[in-house]
Design a binder for this molecule. Structure first.
Ligand SMILES: *[C@@H]1O[C@H](CO)[C@@H](O)[C@H](O)[C@H]1NC(C)=O
Ligand SMILES: *[C@@H]1O[C@H](CO)[C@@H](O)[C@H](O)[C@H]1NC(C)=O
Ligand SMILES: *[C@@H]1O[C@H](CO)[C@@H](O)[C@H](O)[C@H]1NC(C)=O
Ligand SMILES: *[C@@H]1O[C@H](CO)[C@@H](O)[C@H](O)[C@H]1NC(C)=O
Ligand SMILES: *[C@@H]1O[C@H](CO)[C@@H](O)[C@H](O)[C@H]1NC(C)=O
Ligand SMILES: *[C@@H]1O[C@H](CO)[C@@H](O)[C@H](O)[C@H]1NC(C)=O
Ligand SMILES: *[C@@H]1O[C@H](CO)[C@@H](O)[C@H](O)[C@H]1NC(C)=O
Length: 668
């Protein structure tokens, strides 16, 4: 297999990109599952007679998959191998037990998810993750693939971008379309159009009238509503699914990315998509049947289903790593979602000059970039495309240098572009918040928070209290909100939980607390005090497409809800609301990290390690808006932007055009 690591944006990411949210549901798969060669019953094909005379002849569908030149791989090759993985009931029982315990006793939104249907911009109905998983436990499976797919669908149903169930076994091949799509508004009308045709047939901006015979916009909206996860807002989901420009740190350019509809880690419904296009140069329509192309994401060798299971699926022996150094706040909180580059990586056109002729690049960091608009010299654009730079402290200095450069250039108004920022360090997020709105009180940029409490978690917390190496359930890292800004000086936070009834379920919770953010150093606060925009909402705007998650959502919340900064939300469905941010209300942990905490404390975790290699993530600490009673994750009102914008063929392909458009309406 040819490793396609280069397809993955960030070098720091392991070989497998997590596309955790382009998730199949049982309904989507019901029709495709039985294939002509490998039926629902995996064993029938997994045991095709080997050919002893010719060792090069593959022995089963996984052998076939490994023997084919990657460029000739088809949808069916992958599906047939996945279907050939034998169902192992012991493995399934362990897996389900662990996932069930995780979502019952550790996941922080299990009860909140049962809430009544939320107001706009959300559209989440009450969701019972425990019930869904128990239903899987009662179902009879013969297909390992279907079993894992059903768990994935159950987790995806939460609509929480922090909750992911990713099993290497079934996400080792990506599926990609040559056409990537977007939904611009032209003359007040929204239609789906081709954003990019990577097969270079020139279909860009042809209107996509239908997908699989259905109205294209309705088709995508249904996919956003029923299949895709990541957010409680179906219009934010739509933006995640569609093509967009994303900042690429390697090239230093905004590059086209296909979106999660046109590039997936999970198996699509069928081997191709049918499109009917209407192009400007012709009255005829163009009918296209576009097969999914396959992008292998693994370099592991295998020769048949058995070795695929052994080498690709099964977890290697666990290496017990101590928890991230430096404690919770300095942890580089990985966003759950990953964005991969365009399927057929074309070399980015050699940059023959600045990407944006009328925006001067002033300062460039690894998470933030500072542009100055030439035609509107009072306006600076602060692009913050991630909160996950390699060095958070270094990036803080970049931010100071960028703001200082704005000041030197006589900038008075700042547009913060948060599009495509799916989070990272909450320390950096809190820092950025305070660089524009310095704290008046020490906890201004902190969230009231709480955690689920269970017996095994209390055991861990008790040991953690005297040893910070045991992970994040350590009372010393949390502020006693009844005692100023002091942290707990005993373990009562976890030892004396309160019982809360949420949506009919009673569970133990910590009292409200807050993470202990270090104060921003004086050198920063002194510098920003002289900037003309500091603490002035009228001089600051946010631009977002809802693809602003986790730490990005947290910063957006503070600026919009507490400081009244107006936000412009772009994309989604014309005429409908759109969230400013997604999955903002929690902190995320990996199952493997939680297991690591237990191991380092020499405690037996109530969760058995999964037999399969996995990336399972969950929200463990929930946050609240100041003075709010619903967790921020579910507090729909706080997600509504003041202003809406639509994509156009021009602004979707040039941030410069988009910035000027916002600037023109924001500061007349
Ligand atoms: C219209 O443009 C498309 C894409 O460039 C091209 O493939 C097609 O041949 C053109 N049709 C006509 C009638 O010019
Ligand atoms: C940005 O990343 C590059 C490459 O990893 C590194 O050399 C540089 O020091 C980083 N800059 C900052 C400000 O962290
Ligand atoms: C900023 O404004 C000052 C005072 O008007 C002026 O002297 C200076 O040249 C301006 N700087 C830039 C970079 O335009
Ligand atoms: C932590 O250590 C101190 C001193 O040994 C001890 O008094 C205290 O009970 C310990 N706390 C917990 C929660 O175990
Ligand atoms: C928190 O602080 C309050 C006020 O000082 C105090 O009464 C309470 O015992 C503290 N809680 C814990 C768990 O230490
Ligand atoms: C409250 O915080 C102070 C430090 O600010 C500490 O000395 C005191 O013990 C704390 N009180 C309680 C009850 O935790
Ligand atoms: C955990 O167990 C190992 C092996 O038994 C031992 O070396 C280590 O000191 C123990 N650690 C703690 C924190 O008890």
């Amino acid at each position: 297999m040819i490793p396609l690591r280069s397809l993955i944006l960030s070098a720091s990411i392991a070989a497998l990109a997590v596309f955790s949210n382009a998730v199949p549901t049982p309904t989507e798969f019901a029709s495709i599952e039985p294939t002509p060669t490998a039926g629902h019953e995996p064993t029938s094909t997994a045991t095709t007679e080997p050919n002893p005379g010719n060792p090069a002849t593959p022995t089963d569908t996984c052998g076939l998959l490994s023997s084919i030149n990657p460029t000739e791989l088809k949808y069916q090759h992958v599906v047939d191998c996945y279907n050939a993985i034998p169902f192992d009931s012991a493995q399934a029982t362990t897996t389900l037990a662990t996932v069930l315990t995780l979502f019952k006793d550790y996941y922080v939104f299990t009860d909140a998810a049962l809430a009544r249907t939320a107001p706009e911009p959300f559209a989440n109905a009450p969701y019972d993750i425990v019930g869904e998983l128990e239903r899987i436990g009662r179902s009879k499976y013969t297909s390992d693939y279907k079993f894992h797919r059903d768990i994935l669908a159950a987790v995806t149903g939460l609509g929480d971008g922090h909750a992911a169930y990713s099993i290497s076994c079934y996400e080792s091949f990506f599926f990609t379309q040559d056409l990537s799509l977007y939904a611009p508004v032209v003359d007040g009308e929204q239609s789906v159009r081709v954003y990019l045709d990577s097969a270079k047939r020139g279909y860009e901006d042809c209107i996509v009238e239908t997908i699989n015979g259905e109205n294209a916009l309705s088709y995508l909206q249904a996919y956003a509503r029923d299949i895709y996860g990541t957010s409680h807002d179906p219009n934010a989901r739509l933006n995640f699914m569609l093509a967009s420009q994303t900042y690429d740190t390697a090239s230093g350019l905004f590059t086209d990315t296909p979106g999660d509809f046109s590039q997936r880690s999970t198996v699509p419904q069928g081997p191709y998509l049918d499109y009917r296009l209407k192009c400007a140069n012709s009255t005829d329509t163009v009918k296209l049947r576009e097969e999914w192309r396959i992008l292998p994401q693994i370099e592991t060798a295998f020769t048949d289903a058995a070795s695929y299971v052994a080498n690709v699926c099964i977890a290697p022996p666990e290496v017990v790593a101590p928890p991230a150094e430096g404690g919770l706040l300095r942890r580089r909180d990985e966003p759950v979602r990953r964005i991969t580059k365009r399927a057929k990586p074309e070399p980015t056109p050699p940059s023959t000059g600045p990407q944006f002729p009328s925006a001067d690049l002033l300062v460039i960091g690894n998470a933030t970039i500072f542009y100055h608009l030439k035609d509107q010299p009072t306006i600076g654009v602060l692009v913050c495309h991630t909160f996950l730079p390699s060095d958070v402290e270094a990036e803080k200095n970049v931010i100071l240098a960028g703001l200082t450069a704005f000041h030197v250039h006589n900038v008075t108004n700042i547009l913060v572009d948060f599009q495509g920022n799916t989070g990272g360090s909450i320390d950096l997020s809190s820092f950025l918040v305070q660089m524009l709105f310095p704290n008046k009180g020490p906890l201004d940029a902190a969230f009231p928070s709480d955690m689920r409490v269970s017996k095994p978690m209390q055991e861990l917390a008790k040991l953690s209290y005297n040893n910070s190496d045991y992970g994040y359930f350590n009372a010393r890292d949390f502020i006693n909100l009844s005692n100023g800004t002091a942290v707990y000086e005993n373990n009562d936070l976890f030892d004396k939980p309160v019982t809360l009834n949420r949506n009919g379920r009673r569970n133990l919770w910590t009292e409200k607390t807050s993470l202990n953010f270090p104060p921003v150093a004086a050198k920063y606060m002194t510098a920003v005090a002289s900037f003309p925009w500091t603490a002035k909402a009228e001089n600051i705007r946010i631009l977002t497409d809802g693809r602003c998650g986790s730490a990005c959502g947290m910063a957006s919340y503070f600026w919009t809800a507490l400081h009244n900064v107006p936000a412009y939300a772009i994309g989604g469905t014309h005429g409908e609301d759109l969230s400013m941010f997604s999955f903002a209300g929690a902190s995320v942990l990996k199952l493997s990290e939680l297991q690591g905490f237990y191991k380092s404390a020499n405690l037996t975790s109530p969760l058995t390690d999964l037999p399969y290699k996995n990336t399972i993530t969950f929200s463990w600490l929930e946050m609240y808006g100041h003075g709010r009673t619903t967790p921020l994750e579910y507090d729909a009102e706080l997600y509504r932007p003041k202003h809406r914008l639509g994509f156009t063929p021009e602004n979707a392909r040039s941030r410069e055009v988009m910035w000027k458009e916002v600037a023109a309406t924001a500061w007349k």
